[in-house]
Design a protein around this ligand. Structure first.
Ligand SMILES: Cc1cc2nc3c(=O)[nH]c(=O)nc-3n(C[C@H](O)[C@H](O)[C@H](O)COP(=O)(O)OP(=O)(O)OC[C@H]3O[C@@H](n4cnc5c(N)ncnc54)[C@H](O)[C@@H]3O)c2cc1C
Ligand SMILES: NC(=O)c1ccc[n+]([C@@H]2O[C@H](COP(=O)([O-])OP(=O)(O)OC[C@H]3O[C@@H](n4cnc5c(N)ncnc54)[C@H](OP(=O)(O)O)[C@@H]3O)[C@@H](O)[C@H]2O)c1
Length: 265
C-alpha cells in the first residue's frame, strides 16, 4: 500500500458564526500530526462527483486549535463562488475531512526574540492563526503584553470575540494576569458599521493616524514591539508599507526581525 501524504479525519462539530459566511469546523486529529501555533494545514475534499473517493481538492487553513489540543479546529469564510469553502460549509458531524500529514508556515512566535509587546493584526479569518497562539501558554510566557486587533466589515463578523474577552478568566493564565491586568488587549475594529466606543476605520488608517496606539494605550515602536499581519493581501501590502516606514522588518539570515506576515490569497 502506498504511503499517503494525508490522513482521513472526522468532523465532530460545526459552529456557524454568520449564516452562509463564517463558520468553524472541529475535526479529529491524527496524534502524529504535530504543529506550532500559527502554522497551517492543507485540508482536502474528494471531487464533488465522487464523494467517497480520494481527496483531490486542497486548501490551506490555519489551525485555530492549540498544539496541545486533542482535536483540530479551523475557522472559515464561505467564498460564494469558491470551489472549496462552500463545500466545507456543508459538512456535518461524522463526515470525512482529509488533512495532510505535515504542517506548513512560518507565522510562529519563534520568528521573534522573546520579550516586548506582541501585536497580532488580522482582517477577517486571518484571526485563525492568532487564536492558536493565544491558546498556547508559550505565547503568554514569551511576551510582556499581547494586543489583538481584529478588523472586520461588521460586528457580527467578530467571531471568537467572547473567547478573547474572557481570556483573563482562564485559571492557567492567572499568574500572568495577576502580574499585569492588561496582559491581553483586544481591539475589535469594524469598517462598515460603528462599534460603540471604537472608530469606524480600517486598521491601516489606525496605524497611520496613531489611533491604534491610542486605543491600546501602548506605543507601536520598533524597539519594543513585534508585529504579525494576517489576512487580506491588500491589507498586508498597505500595513507593511506603513510599518516599514516606522522601522518594522522581517528577520533575515537567522537574525530575528519584528514583523511577520501571512497572506491568505
Ligand atoms: C496560508 C494560508 C492560510 C489560510 N487560512 C485560512 C483560514 O484559516 N480560514 C479561511 O477561511 N481561509 C484560509 N485561507 C484561504 C483558504 O485556503 C481558501 O482560499 C478559502 O477557504 C476559499 O477557498 P475557495 O476554494 O472557496 O475559494 P478560492 O478559489 O480559494 O478563493 C477565491 C477568492 O476568495 C477570496 N478569499 C479566499 N480566502 C478568503 C478568506 N479567508 N477571507 C476572505 N476572502 C477570501 C479571495 O478573493 C480569493 O481570490 C488560507 C490561505 C492560506 C494561503
Ligand atoms: N461581507 C459580506 O457581506 C460577504 C458575504 C458573503 C460572502 N462574502 C465573501 O467574503 C469575502 C470578504 O470577506 P471578509 O469581509 O472577511 O474580508 P475582507 O474583504 O478582507 O474584509 C475584512 C476587513 O478587512 C478590511 N480591509 C480590506 N482591505 C484592506 C486594506 N487594504 N487595508 C486595511 N484593511 C482592509 C475590510 O475593510 P473595508 O470594509 O474597508 O473593505 C474589512 O474591514 C469576499 O470574497 C466575499 O466573496 C462577503
Amino acid at each position: 500500500m502506498t504511503d499517503l501524504k494525508y490522513t482521513r479525519q472526522t468532523i465532530t462539530h460545526v459552529h456557524t458564526w454568520v449564516a452562509d459566511k463564517l463558520f468553524s469546523v472541529h475535526v479529529t486529529r491524527d496524534p502524529a500530526f504535530t504543529f506550532q501555533a500559527g502554522q497551517f494545514a492543507r485540508v482536502g475534499l474528494p471531487d464533488a462527483s465522487d464523494p467517497d473517493g480520494a481527496p483531490t481538492l486542497w486548501r490551506a487553513y490555519s489551525m485555530v486549535s492549540a498544539p496541545q489540543e486533542s482535536g483540530l479546529e479551523f475557522y472559515s469564510i464561505v467564498v460564494p463562488d469558491g470551489l472549496f469553502s462552500p463545500r466545507l460549509a456543508q459538512l456535518k458531524a461524522g463526515d470525512a475531512l482529509y488533512v495532510e500529514k505535515k504542517p506548513f508556515g512560518f507565522l510562529t512566535i519563534n520568528r521573534f526574540a522573546p520579550g516586548g509587546d506582541l501585536w497580532l493584526l488580522a482582517t477577517g479569518t486571518g484571526l485563525s492563526a492568532y487564536l492558536s497562539m493565544l491558546r498556547d501558554p508559550a505565547t503568554w510566557q514569551a511576551f510582556r503584553r499581547i494586543i489583538v486587533v481584529h478588523g472586520v466589515r461588521s460586528a457580527t463578523e467578530l467571531a471568537y470575540r467572547q473567547e478573547i474577552e474572557n481570556w483573563h478568566q482562564r485559571p492557567e493564565l492567572a499568574d500572568h494576569v495577576q502580574q499585569d491586568p492588561c496582559k491581553l488587549i483586544y481591539l475589535p475594529i469594524a469598517t462598515r458599521e460603528a462599534l460603540p466606543g471604537m472608530p469606524q476605520a480600517r486598521l491601516t488608517t489606525l496605524i497611520e493616524d496613531g489611533g491604534l496606539e491610542q486605543l491600546a494605550g501602548i506605543p507601536l515602536d520598533a524597539q519594543q514591539s513585534k508585529i504579525m499581519l494576517c489576512g487580506n493581501p491588500a491589507m498586508l501590502t498597505d500595513a507593511r508599507k506603513l510599518l516599514s516606514e516606522r522601522g518594522f522588518a522581517p528577520g533575515r539570515r537567522g537574525i530575528p526581525g519584528n514583523l511577520a506576515v501571512e497572506n491568505y490569497w
